[in-house]
Ligand binder design. Sequence first.
Ligand code: PLP
Length: 807
Amino acid sequence: MAAPLTDQEKRKQISIRGIVGVENVAELKKGFNRHLHFTLVKDRNVATPRDYYFALAHTVRDHLVGRWIRTQQFYYETDPKRVYYLSLEFYMGRTLQNTMINLGLQNACDEAIYQLGLDMEDLEEMEEDAGLGNGGLGRLAACFLDSMATLGLAAYGYGIRYEYGIFNQKIKNGWQVEEADDWLRHGNPWEKARPEYMLPVHFYGRVEESKEGAKWVDTQVVLAMPYDTPIPGYMNNTVNTMRLWSARAPNDFNLMDFNVGDYIQAVLDRNLAENISRVLYPNDNFFEGKELRLKQEYFVVAATLQDIIRRFKNSKKGFSGPVSFDSFPEKVAIQLNDTHPAMAIPELMRVFVDIEKLDWDTAWAITKRTFAYTNHTVLPEALERWPIGLLETLLPRHLQIIYRINQGHLDEISALFPEDMDRMRRMSLIEEDGGKRVNMAHLCIVGSHAVNGVAEIHSNIIKTDVFRDFSELEPEKFQNKTNGITPRRWLLLCNPGLAELIAEAIGEEYVKDLSQLQKLNELVDDDTFIRDVSKVKQDNKEKFSQYLEKEYMVEINPSSMFDVHVKRIHEYKRQLLNCLHIVTMYNRIRKNPKAHFVPRTVIIGGKAAPGYHMAKMIIKLITAVGEVVNKDPVVGSKLKVIYLENYRVSLAEKVIPATDLSEQISTAGTEASGTGNMKFMLNGALTIGTMDGANVEMAEEAGEENMFIFGMRVEDVAEMDAQGYDAMTYYQKIPELKQAIDQINSGFFCPKQPELFKDVTNMLFNHDRFKVFADYEDYIKCQEKVNELYQVIIIILHVPLVNDYIR
Ligand SMILES: *Cc1c(COP(=O)(O)O)cnc(C)c1O
């Protein structure tokens, strides 16, 4: 009989990190050394940490290739329905660890790297984030790709291979400074260029009418070169594809006859065409009607539809006669991630009608059955409304098609609601007031068979408010699909300690089926389990503290409550409300320094869109408040304020597992879903939040008694809008609010420039669309309840609580 297993061996057996076979490890080491030698052309004497990262990445990649080819071969042979997720953003983050996890290679790789005398985390830190997204919308696309591969769906992500992703944020003197994200500088081991599948995309030109129909002629051509990235499912041998397009100038670009003699200038001008895929627009929830952005949107759409149609026709090979598109919607589902790829609707119509010669009504019926549209926001400043003039120049044929779609659409409305001119005006695809514009959300609703919001409350708001007329016309179109996150990245990868504990308690099935976490309810009174869970949290907090100390030379008290508010900086997300809480805590400590205080570290992070003045002022205000609070000897280590620089996917993976309290405090009715909220809850943080977005479902699932809910509900906000919101009354009524605002307004946090925050306070008093003052009092009270509970937890768990922490 074999010797009983040691604890270590037991853990390995149930581990979700994969099997460590001797041959397995030997094979990985061999692959690593081979890539270091042949791919990177280095030996161990001259190799840098980055070389080691690339050697490991290539070794892991080798394990994807066979599965990738076999998966695509399988799709070709079985011809399942394909789902195409069209998105201007895929916020992927890093790929190495995720690939090892999904292939079950993590433990074996850990062992191999250890035996090679290297440190796995050091290597992982060498990988650049693929930051091809702004925030939640882009990260959702990335999470969906992981989930669809794990479900074994024949899914494809289609987008743009931006040469520069979301900018890197530096905080200098308390201000945000942007730096270019040159993420491809050292090469990308996860992508495969496919120049052989390059496709033309046309711009500008004019429309020629003839008896054969409309023809778009005299266009300028830009080539779209695909780069494929493998998307492995979790432990299922599926590997799907994310195909990102890169813009290339044709080789004869600008070298037409009239240009002979200016060869050099013609070559230099190739940049103009290739600028299309140069850089991600850094706006979150904001529409900036720039021509280059419209070019990006059409570029991805035109290249992708050619690819989709080629694949559809290819699957019909062997049938005689012209291809029928009748079965197109049975084989092709195209999901539009917000209106950003909305031009896909007129583009598919153009291909069907002008090129494939389908009649209009047939083409339109197929198009509608193919597309579905996900709405991501109700904020008016975020809704895409492209000026007619821009479309007319850049995409003249598409504008004609949009007009014709609109004609049919308005005919239907007038048949149902005769004489209702106001309804026609409201529902038109073309807005007439203040310069003609195409309302892209209206185009998407009309051109799709399904429209969804991203949380119950948001789906209700779009039905009853923003798109009310449309849901009256076609109520069956409107659905809800509450957002989600992949538990592979947001638990297994970022919090292995907690993932392992849960696996020991309820088995590993939860990794593919989170409803299994219900089983943990039976362990609420299991002292050992509770203690183990809090130990994991404490370890994560220590590790994150060490990271901050190493990278930023800031010292934090790891026994204080980590109160974390990380997301894009936006007025509607109300970082200012959090800031007022910080100032209030500060004033309370100063007023009564001897009183007991539950020590807190408030961590705020996020990027402001470079052109969003108020968001940049909010960052400056938080850092200014932090300066004063952190230096005040009266405060000591009771309260610290950290501005977390350059919040991004890889930093989310570090901070979220270390969080005690998650801040989800948007004005009710403004955050469509939120996904950050879910990541924190999955990692065992408590949530303080409003009844907004998916917080509502989270409260329902966890029990409202297990969440710190405060503030106005949507109905309250609506009533206040009807009555008129008056910030001044709150200011006059609530002394602590008055004190905090007076300090900010008078330069208390910025004595050298006492006027600095006048724009902020003026906004809060006179045009605060998000009603910060109205929720202040309830927020502060709710934070006091958080303190009470945290106090109890600490006493029960005997976590050492140090009020004056000195390292
Ligand atoms: C999840 C995520 C977001 C979205 O966070 P919200 O709180 O839902 O706005 C933004 N940025 C990053 C890096 C994320 O991982």
